[in-house]
Design a protein around this ligand. Structure first.
Ligand code: NAD
Length: 421
């Protein structure tokens, strides 16, 4: 992608769209679908969920400056929160020219079959493991498409879980779901296998469901932010902030929320199940006491090295990724070829958003930049409409007084002036 994206945020909507179209090869129809807020057809929405009565829209922005493994990406992000897209783009710019390095595991998900009424766990485990090959074959009878693509059930594990209601044998079926998020496919496999597991063990199968703690499907990313660009004090501040999160769950929750600001926005834009990613991320963070999903340290030259690791179950097919036309356009803008690549990009945005938030807090506090971007929302909250939204927002920024009370005063002033005109 050769187009220059510097100053993208200063352009008007039509100019931004023209640049995007040129860079990504979107058709005129796709561009129209993006800007036409009615492009998720009510008939399609009615197919997607139950009791449909309408469609709720979320703004989509493009994060720029992302270079990942040497390739430049434009990243669609859907979020209602101001400053997420700007923060990601800014962090990515500071990481240039090297950008981010990212990698991910094969897309292997865990399906769980809960066996209760287990009298002798070791015996149950031995029986199941002795039938491993047959079980995998039976699992793979279900989804020929995934199998043709090189996916399917690859292994099984049997875990002992001791509970107040007795010992349970938990069978994990490890399924390579290729470019799907995988929940439906894995759940189907679990339901298919459970009668056979009951038959050979004499135990009772209860839950048969995917685990969102996708520990075999992690994505990782790193970036180096130079000492010359950040300054030593900011680097020391970010390290202090990281160690705060590492040792305090109250801070850590907010740190990880900032990480998910970036990741969720990419997942929403691509029609992915962000609750699944959230559950997996926080469960992973809590495996050994609740810890940050990101990590910061200094390299030998004193530069700041940031990294992230988390389970990321995302898909290019399945779920709503193909039903929602905007999700399809997002994937075209991204130009990713596999679920692995999408997970890597999402991990980079998580790291970028976390870094940007820490840097802002260390430098000037998070509110200065955030409130500037939020000023228009505050003006609307106070009752402003039309051009007044921009005028009231910029006046509050000029006055360094971005608050609902000031916005309400200004709405009254502008209304009075409007009546006199
Ligand atoms: P899916 O079943 O809709 O689609 C996956 C299917 O697509 C595969 O079975 C395969 O036959 C086919 N396919 C075509 N090309 C493929 C490719 N390149 N790679 C892989 N498969 C390909 O979707 P899914 O991903 O199995 O399930 C995702 C949905 O399940 C999401 O909407 C999610 O919200 C929902 N869900 C989630 C949970 C959870 O996370 N706990 C539980 C239940 C349902």
């Amino acid at each position: 992608m050769k187009t220059d994206f510097s100053g993208f945020h200063k352009l008007g909507l039509n100019e931004r769209l023209a640049i995007l179209k040129k860079a990504t090869g979107l058709s005129t129809r796709e561009v129209n679908d993006l800007v036409n807020s009615g492009s998720l057809d009510i008939e399609i929405a009615d197919i997607m969920i139950e009791n449909v009565i309408g469609v709720m829209h979320t703004p989509m922005g493009i994060a720029v400056n992302f270079r990942v493994n040497g390739r430049d990406y434009l990243i669609p992000m859907c979020t209602e929160e101001p400053s997420v897209v700007a923060a990601a783009s800014h962090a990515a710019k500071l990481a240039l020219p090297s950008g981010f390095k990212a990698e991910s595991d094969d897309p292997v998900m865990i399906g769980q079959i809960q066996l209760v009424g287990v009298r002798d766990f070791e015996k149950v485990k031995d029986i199941i493991m002795s039938k491993r090959d047959y079980i995998l074959k039976a699992a793979n009878n279900k989804d020929s498409v995934m199998l043709t693509l090189g996916g399917g059930a690859k292994d099984i594990e049997v875990r002992k879980v001791e509970t107040e209601r007795g010992v349970m044998a938990i069978v994990h079926v490890l399924v390579d779901v290729r470019d799907a998020m995988g929940a439906n496919s894995v759940n189907t496999i679990c339901e298919t296998l459970s009668p056979y597991l009951e038959e050979i063990t004499g135990a009772r199968a209860r839950l048969r469901i995917i685990s969102n703690l996708a520990v075999y499907r992690k994505a990782r990313a790193t970036a180096v932010w130079r000492k010359e660009d950040l300054g030593e004090d900011v680097i020391e501040g970010i390290l202090d902030a990281y160690h705060f999160a590492l040792n305090d769950p109250f801070r850590c929750a907010t740190n990880n929320k900032g990480v998910m600001n970036g990741i969720d926005a990419v997942l929403v834009a691509t029609g992915n199940d962000f609750r699944a990613a959230e559950a997996g991320a926080h469960a992973y963070a809590a495996l050994n006491g609740y810890k940050p999903l990101t990590k910061y340290e200094k390299d030998k030259k004193g530069n700041l090295v940031g990294s992230i690791e988390l389970p990321l179950a995302v898909g290019l097919v399945g779920g709503a990724t193909k039903t929602n036309p905007i999700a399809r356009i997002s994937l075209k803008i991204l130009g990713v070829k596999s679920s692995k690549e999408l997970a890597e990009i999402a991990a980079c945005t998580g790291l970028a958003n976390n870094f940007a938030a820490l840097r802002a807090m260390i430098k000037e506090g998070i509110q200065k930049g955030h409130m500037k971007l939020h000023a228009k929302n505050i003006a609307i909250m106070a009752g402003a409409a039309g051009n007044n939204v921009y005028e009231i927002a910029s006046r509050m920024i000029q006055e360094s007084n971005i608050s609902v009370s000031r916005a309400m005063e200004l709405v009254k002033i502008y209304r009075r002036a409007g009546r006199k005109r």
